[in-house]
Design a protein around this ligand. Sequence first.
Ligand SMILES: [Zn+2]
Length: 267
Amino acid sequence: MLIDIGANLTHESFRHDFDAVLQRATAHGVTRMVVTGASREGSEQALALARAYPDTLWATAGVHPHHAIDYDEATDARLRELAREPAVRAVGETGLDYHRNYSPREVQLQVFERQLAIAADLGKPLFLHQRDAHEDFLALLRRYRDKVPAAVVHCFTDTHDTLKDYLALDCHIGITGWICDERRGTHLREFVRDIPADRLMLETDAPYLLPRTVRPQPSHRRNEPMYLAHICAEVARDRGETVEVTAARSTGTAAAFFGLLPEASGA
Ligand SMILES: [Zn+2]
């Protein structure tokens, strides 16, 4: 049994066959999923899904750095309410993205810090995004790290040194199908074994990042949670573990991180 810790199931591409997507996920062992909230509206929708599918879906609530420019006082107030909801298990997706700079960097920094403050005030874990912004991201996260119970750097694609910085801050690491990409994910294959089992979690980031190891390649290119097993298989191979061990450990780690099981152990 697997847990997909990052699925953008509020994406419009899932609207026409949502129940079939969940059924296929379950049939492939992905029995629990955390729906990413990446905007105020998206976070509302993620919570609505989590309420509609209890024990299968949970949610995060946050504003992605791409949308930082839309973050106002009303957003902050609403995120604080959403983060108190039992089905909302983390604050985020939040962080910094200097790769695209859809929002100005100063705005991204302010909005990231406001969400760090929400997590700190409410004692919630963080679901984090970082791209091409490691130094600023690390500096800000470091100031809040001991005020939040846990933090996952989701869709980790960065360097080995960056990984060491996050592990030194006692962060969790989310691995996506990026690692299945023989063109740009090979560096991850070399050091994914350095992530302790109790810090390693798996995610599809669906509908993005369809694993390139899926055969036959679906014509629509839409990723969905049922493909999480392909990521698990690649991670297991790179770590020199059986698929069963990687699955069991990452599931235990995810359950503990998001509080999906009482007394869940990381073993
Ligand atoms: Zn992200």
